[in-house]
Design a protein around this ligand. Structure first.
Ligand SMILES: Cc1ncc(COP(=O)(O)O)c(C=O)c1O
Length: 453
C-alpha cells in the first residue's frame, strides 16, 4: 500500500514523487488586452467579446499550442489540406503561411535554381517573379494579351534552351490560356507552375485552375477570394514534388512523414525554410475555404447576369475571357481607346455609384505591372556579390530588362477599366449595374447595336 511506503522510497520503486506538481504558474501566452483589440475588429458582439476575454484570462501559461503537431485535437491545418484535396480533386495539398511562400516552395520543389530561366507574365503581383530570384533562377518576362494573362505566342518566342518552367498567372479571377501553354511545356519539356492566387475556385475548360500544370500555388490571405489572414496552398498530383515541397516548407522536413525521418527518396532531403501554417490561421481559413465554392457560384451568376445585358460600343473592347463559365468573375474589365478616356469613364461610373478604377497611367507605383519591378529592372540583389544575377551558372541568361520591354501590357493596362463585382448583388442590383454601365459607355461611345459581352 502506497500510504505505508516510506517517504524516502524512490518514486521509481513506488515511493511518493518529489515533484508531483508545480506551484508556480505564469500568465497565459495570449495577452487579453492585445487579443481583444484584434477581436474588436472582427465584429463580435459585446457578449461574445466578454466571454472570450474571460476565457483567455483564465488560461494558464501552457496555452496556446499553435503548431499543427502535438495538438490534442485534430489539426485544423491538416483538415484544411484534406479539404483542399477534396475541393480541387488532387492527392496532395500542402498548407503554407502565404501565397509567396507557396510560390517559393513550388519553385524549389520543381528544382528551379541557378542555370534556369523561368517565364513569368508582365502582369502579376511581384511575388510571382520575386520568388524566382530568391530561388536563384532568372525570370524572363513575357507579354500578355487581351485576357490580361500570359500571351502563349510571346511565351513561345521567349523559350530558350535554358528555360525550365513557365508560370501562368490566372489574374483577377480569369484563366490563362492553358491549352497552348501546356502544349508548349510538353513540347519543350518544361515544368508548369500555376499561380492561382487571384482565381481560387476558377476553372478552364472544366479543369480546376491550379491543378492543370505540375504544381498550383494559391494565396488564401484576407485580400483574396477566400481566406481570413495570411496563408497559402501548394497543390500537386505528383508525390515526389509533394515531399520536396513538404521538405522546403518545414526546415528540411522535420516531419516527413515522421519526425526527423531519414531520406526515403533521392532528392527529398535538403535545407529548407519554415513556412508552416499555424493552427490559428488554420482555424480561420478552414471555414473560409469551405465557403469558397458557393462564393464562386455567386460571383459567376452575378457577372453573367450583368454581362449579358451590356451593349457593345465602338472603341470599347471587353476583356477576353477564355472560359466565361469557369472564371470567378469578381471583376468586369473593358479597354477604352486610350488612358484619359478610360479614366473619364471610370470617373463617370463612380459618380453613378458603380465602383471602377484604372491601373496604368497613374503616378502611384503598381507592383502588379512589370515596369515598376525595380528589383528586377535593376537586377537588385540581397548580397553585394549580385547573386543570382552574377552567378556563373546564370551567365548569359535572361533578358535586357527595361520598363518598355512588354508594350502590349503597358498599352492594355494603360487603358483598362476595372469594375468590382459584388457576389451579394441581387438580380435587381445586377440590372441596375448593367444599365449604369450602358448609360456611361453610351455617353462616350456610339453603340454597335450588339448586346451581350
Ligand atoms: C498573383 C499573385 N501571386 C502571389 C501573391 C502573393 O500572395 P501572398 O500575399 O499571400 O504572399 C499574390 C498576392 O497578392 C498575387 O496576387
Amino acid at each position: 500500500m502506497r500510504g505505508s511506503v516510506p517517504a524516502d522510497t524512490l518514486a521509481i520503486n513506488g515511493g511518493p514523487q518529489a515533484m508531483p506538481t508545480t506551484e508556480g504558474v505564469g500568465p497565459g501566452k495570449i495577452g487579453v488586452e492585445e487579443f481583444m483589440e484584434l477581436a474588436d475588429t472582427w465584429g463580435f458582439s459585446e457578449e461574445t467579446k466578454a466571454a472570450i476575454a474571460a476565457a483567455i484570462a483564465r488560461e494558464p501559461d501552457t496555452s496556446p499550442m499553435l503548431s499543427r503537431y502535438y495538438n490534442p485535437r485534430p489539426s485544423k491545418v491538416k483538415m484544411l489540406e484534406e479539404l483542399a484535396c477534396q475541393l480541387f480533386d488532387v492527392p496532395y495539398a500542402l498548407a503554407v503561411n502565404s501565397g509567396t511562400s507557396a510560390l517559393n516552395t513550388a519553385y524549389v520543389a520543381a528544382g528551379l535554381g541557378p542555370g534556369c530561366e523561368v517565364i513569368v507574365p508582365a502582369y502579376t503581383f511581384f511575388a510571382t517573379v520575386a520568388e524566382v530570384v530568391t530561388a536563384r533562377a532568372i525570370p524572363v518576362i513575357a507579354d500578355i494579351d487581351e485576357s490580361l494573362t500570359l500571351d502563349p505566342k510571346d511565351v513561345e518566342r521567349k523559350i530558350t534552351p535554358r528555360t525550365k518552367a513557365i508560370v501562368p498567372v490566372h489574374m483577377i479571377g480569369t484563366c490563362a490560356d492553358m491549352d497552348p501553354i501546356m502544349a508548349l511545356a510538353r513540347k519543350h519539356n518544361l515544368i508548369v507552375i500555376e499561380d492561382t492566387a487571384q482565381a481560387c475556385g476558377g476553372s478552364y475548360k472544366g479543369k480546376r485552375l491550379g491543378t492543370i500544370g505540375d504544381l498550383g500555388c494559391f494565396s488564401i490571405s484576407s485580400y483574396k477570394i477566400t481566406g481570413g489572414g495570411e496563408a497559402g496552398l501548394v497543390l500537386t498530383h505528383d508525390h515526389h514534388l509533394y515531399i520536396r515541397a513538404q521538405n522546403n516548407h518545414d526546415t528540411g522536413a522535420c516531419w516527413r512523414p515522421d519526425r526527423y525521418a531519414v531520406e526515403q527518396e533521392e532528392g527529398e532531403l535538403f535545407a529548407g525554410y519554415n513556412y508552416k501554417l499555424s493552427e490559428l490561421e488554420g482555424s480561420v481559413n478552414l471555414p473560409q475555404l469551405r465557403k469558397m465554392p458557393d462564393q464562386v457560384k455567386r460571383w459567376q451568376k452575378v457577372k453573367r447576369q450583368i454581362v449579358r445585358q451590356l451593349n457593345h460600343f465602338e472603341g470599347v473592347t471587353p476583356q477576353q475571357v477564355r472560359d466565361p463559365d469557369g472564371e470567378v468573375g469578381y471583376n468586369l474589365i473593358y479597354f477604352a481607346p486610350d488612358g484619359p478616356t478610360a479614366e473619364a469613364t471610370a470617373e463617370a461610373l463612380n459618380a453613378e455609384g458603380i465602383g471602377a478604377h484604372t491601373r496604368g497611367g497613374k503616378t502611384a507605383r503598381d507592383w502588379h505591372i512589370f515596369a515598376y519591378w525595380q528589383h528586377i529592372m535593376e537586377r537588385k540583389s540581397a548580397t553585394p556579390d549580385g547573386c543570382p544575377w552574377t552567378c556563373e551558372k546564370n551567365a548569359g541568361l535572361g533578358q535586357d530588362y527595361s520598363p518598355d520591354m512588354c508594350p502590349r501590357a503597358l498599352d492594355l493596362l494603360g487603358r483598362a477599366v476595372f469594375i468590382g463585382v459584388n457576389q451579394w448583388w441581387t438580380e435587381n442590383d445586377c440590372d441596375r449595374v448593367a444599365a449604369g454601365i450602358n448609360k456611361v459607355l453610351g455617353a462616350f461611345f456610339p453603340s454597335t447595336g450588339a448586346v451581350g459581352w
